[in-house]
Ligand binder design. Structure first.
Ligand code: PSU
Ligand code: MN
Length: 313
């Protein structure tokens, strides 16, 4: 083969849409992509499965079709059954896939859950424009020595998918994360806020670069971006509901401890984010998990609203 295959050669892609997702996309109905690393590496069983199901319900309640994305036996699966989500939630030998390992998982017929970066790639291949998650990866503290910058940030700079998150965790270097997103040309929108949210907390202490207040306004931004021929995504930062938030000063000590533990135990590379997430859960006695669930549901509702607005535009 001398020519690289066109990515839109749909028939040859290792891509399987569920019948419901395929029909919704064919009819131009709103669809929201959902990631799976949060199921396999982000939360313990059985909370991971309960949350994944509740998130799908929240998308449906918002008038859109949920499409949870994962790689199974080397096939990209878009839209899972309840039984498949249950199996995924209990599985142990599942790769954590980002842009760097997606093709490997396909070639080696592996099972892998998709991070924000890999979910964006798969959503674009499927033709899904909106994606809901909890928090994105970012620039890690200490990046001056480790160069640990999540591939999520570059993906936002190149792949045209709107990602709804609750900001990024304060265990990351948030000022550098925002700087990097700006360098990559990513519109970062505070939803209904002038402050950039920090996952468990509503305010990272940093301003949100841009602000919008309704799903229709977000849809208009996405269409304007496309109209200008600007490739790349949009990051919508939706603060956790106040009733479920953990104030930044309360969470700061736990974050410092979790980051220090990761350093002491020599945790590196792809293992860093999952390690810190599970350590935070232990340190907060489960409180961080409740907040995590609340913010994902909140993001799923907003993503559905944006998908509905885009489908109507
Ligand atoms: N941040 C969270 N929860 C998560 C993740 C990040 O608050 O579950 C997951 C997402 O799948 C994200 C990935 O894309 O971790 C980032 O991993 P890394 O830092 O290794 O790129
Ligand atoms: Mn990393």
């Amino acid at each position: 083969m001398t020519q690289p295959p066109r990515p839109d050669a749909a028939a040859s892609l290792p891509l399987d849409l569920s019948p419901e997702v395929a029909e919704a996309l064919a009819r131009g109905l709103p669809v929201v992509a959902l990631e799976s690393t949060i199921i396999t590496h982000g939360m313990p069983y059985p909370d991971n499965v309960a949350t994944a199901r509740a998130v799908e319900e929240a998308v449906r309640a918002g008038g859109a079709v949920p499409a949870t994305i994962v790689v199974l036996g080397g096939r990209i699966r878009v839209g899972l059954s309840a039984a498949e989500i249950e199996r995924l939630g209990q599985a142990t030998d599942v790769m954590k896939l980002s842009r760097a390992d997606l093709a490997y998982a396909v070639a080696r017929r592996r099972d892998g859950s998709t991070t924000v970066a890999a979910t964006m790639i798969c959503a674009r291949l499927a033709g899904i424009a909106v994606f809901a998650t909890g928090g994105i990866g970012g620039v890690h503290r200490g990046m001056e020595t480790t160069l640990d910058v999540s591939a999520d940030l570059d993906e936002l700079g190149r792949t045209p998918v709107t990602v709804v998150c609750a900001g990024a965790k304060a265990l990351l270097d948030l000022p550098r994360t925002l700087e990097y997103l700006e360098t990559r040309g990513v519109p970062v929108v505070g939803y209904g806020t002038d402050r950039f949210p920090a996952f468990w907390s509503r305010d990272s202490g940093l301003p949100a670069p841009l602000r919008l207040d309704t799903p229709a306004e977000v849809a208009a931004l996405v269409l304007a971006q496309r109209g200008l021929g600007l490739s790349g995504g949009v990051l919508v930062a939706n603060p956790v509901p106040a009733a479920d938030a953990i104030p930044a000063d309360e969470i700061a000590g736990f974050i410092a401890q979790a980051v220090a533990d990761a350093g002491r135990q020599g945790i590196g590379g792809k293992a860093v984010t999952p390690f810190i997430l599970s350590r935070m859960l232990e340190l907060t006695g489960g409180r961080s998990l409740r907040t995590n669930v609340a913010l994902i549901l909140n993001n799923a509702r907003l993503a559905a609203g944006i998908a509905v607005a885009l489908a109507a535009a």
